[in-house]
Design a protein around this ligand. Structure first.
Ligand code: ADP
Ligand code: MG
Length: 250
C-alpha cells in the first residue's frame, strides 16, 4: 500500500528520519513504535504529504506521492494527529463534516455518513452540537476518529490516538478501536510508544530508533529473534507491573 524508498528528513541539520526503506501491507494493522523523538510522527507526516522528504520517494498504491496530487491523497487517507487536533471553536458535528462540506457533498449524504460513524464510534448524537472542550478526552478521540473516517478513506493513520488518556478509558477505547479496525478491514498505521499496545493492535510491528527502522515483524519475531540487543532491551523496559510481583528476580 505504501512503499518508502530511502526516505530521509532533516530538521536543523539532524536526521529525524534516516534512510528508511519500508513496505506497509494492505488491509493489515502496522504499528510504529520507538522511543520519543525517534521519528514516528515525522514518518506519518511524510506519508500524507504534510512535509516533504529530503531524499528518496514514497509510493502510495504504486504511485509517487507528489504535491499536485495531494487533495486526492488526502481523500484516501484518514489521519488522526497526535493530541487529536480538533478545532476548538467549531462544534463536534462541524469538526467531523468539515472536509465533506468543503468537497460539497450533499446534505443527505453527509447526514447518513455521520449516522454510520456515530454508530461505529459509539458516540451520542446529543453531543454533536457541543464544542471539543465540553467533552472528555476519550470522547474527543472518538470524534477525531470519526473525522478521519468521514470520507471513507482506504487507509487510516493514527498518531498515538490513546496517548493522553487515563488507564480505564484507554483500555475501553483500545478494545473498541480494535473492533472498529477489524470491522473496517482497512489498512491501518498506528503510532504508539507502548509495547503492550503494539502487541495488542499490530499484525506487524515496526520498531524505530533515532530515525531508523531497527526491526519489522510480529511480536513473536521480536521476542524469539530480536535483530539486535536494543529490541530485547526495549521490550524489557516496558514490562508490565504484574511481571514485577513475586520478587522481580531480574
Ligand atoms: P516521535 O514522534 O517519534 O516522538 P518526531 O517524529 O516528532 O518523533 O520527531 C523526531 C525528531 O525530529 C525529534 O528530534 C524532533 O525534535 C525533531 N522534529 C520533529 N519535527 C520538527 C520540526 N518541525 N522542527 C524541528 N525539529 C523537529
Ligand atoms: Mg510523535
Amino acid at each position: 500500500m505504501f512503499q518508502l524508498q530511502n526516505i530521509s528528513k532533516q530538521f536543523n541539520g539532524t536526521n529525524a528520519v534516516d534512510s528508511i526503506d519500508l513496505s506497509i501491507t494492505h488491509s493489515q494493522t502496522s504499528v510504529l513504535i520507538g522511543p520519543s523523538g525517534c521519528g514516528k510522527s515525522t514518518l506519518l507526516k511524510l506519508m500524507i504529504g504534510l512535509i516533504w522528504q529530503d531524499t528518496g520517494q514514497i509510493l502510495f498504491d504504486g504511485e509517487a506521492v507528489r504535491q499536485s496530487k495531494l487533495l486526492n491523497l488526502r481523500k484516501q487517507i484518514g489521519y488522526v494527529i497526535q493530541e487529536g487536533g480538533l478545532f476548538p471553536h467549531v462544534t463536534i458535528r462541524k469538526n467531523i463534516t468539515l472536509m465533506a462540506d468543503y468537497l460539497k457533498w450533499d446534505s443527505g449524504k453527509i447526514k447518513s455518513r455521520l449516522l454510520e460513524l456515530l454508530d461505529l464510534a459509539q458516540f451520542s448524537d446529543r453531543r454533536l452540537d457541543d464544542f471539543p472542550l465540553q467533552i472528555s478526552g476519550g470522547q474527543r478521540q472518538r470524534v477525531s476518529l470519526m473525522r478521519a473516517l468521514m470520507l471513507e478513506p482506504d487507509v487510516l493513520l493514527l498518531d498515538e490516538p490513546l496517548g493522553a488518556l487515563d488507564p480505564m478509558v484507554r483500555a475501553k477505547l483500545q478494545s473498541d478501536l480494535k473492533q472498529i479496525f477489524q470491522s473496517l478491514g482497512k489498512t491501518v498505521i498506528m503510532v504508539t510508544h507502548d509495547m503492550g499496545e503494539a502487541a495488542f493492535f499490530g499484525d506487524i510491528i515496526i520498531l524505530m530508533r533515532e530515525g531508523r527502522v531497527i526491526q519489522q515483524g510480529t511480536m513473536l519475531d521480536f521476542i524469539e529473534s530480536p535483530g539486535e540487543p536494543f529490541v530485547t532491551d526495549f521490550i524489557n523496559a516496558q514490562r508490565s507491573p504484574l511481571d514485577t510481583i513475586g520478587g522481580g528476580s531480574n
